[in-house]
Design a binder for this molecule. Sequence first.
Ligand code: DQA
Length: 145
Amino acid sequence: MKILVINGPNLNMLGIREPKIYGNKTYKDLCAKIKAYAKEKGVRVSFFQSNCEGDLVTAIQKTYNKFDGIVINPGAYTHTSVALLDAVKSAGVPTVEVHISDVSTREDFRQISYIRAACVTSVIGKGFDGYNEAIDVLLKNRGDK
Ligand code: DQA
């Protein structure tokens, strides 16, 4: 099982950006936590982070025939990007949407997720643990097939 963990804009600023919402841990800490969990589960995990929408689209496209699953936190592009939705549909790789914060209790503009329509499920408001839960969903999803 090979999973690509994709993080969108401003997630490289974890630990610095709005710590009351996103916590004090860094992007590096996040990757280390996911890596340790993936190892435990026998999953091969790779990471990609970009602040650029097109680079995220390209990263999603490249998973075609290369990865068995995607865990994605598209950051603010969640709420704006039809291109990311189309990329997930194009690649056809099972994808789980993750948000560190509970977007359902935040501003109105965060209530829309374009990418959600192409995702197996969404894990929201569980902090960094949400990424590991997303890996579990992808493992289970594969087992169910
Ligand atoms: C986020 C929520 C988004 O609304 C926001 O733009 C982010 C992070 C989250 O992980 O909670 O950048 O995706």
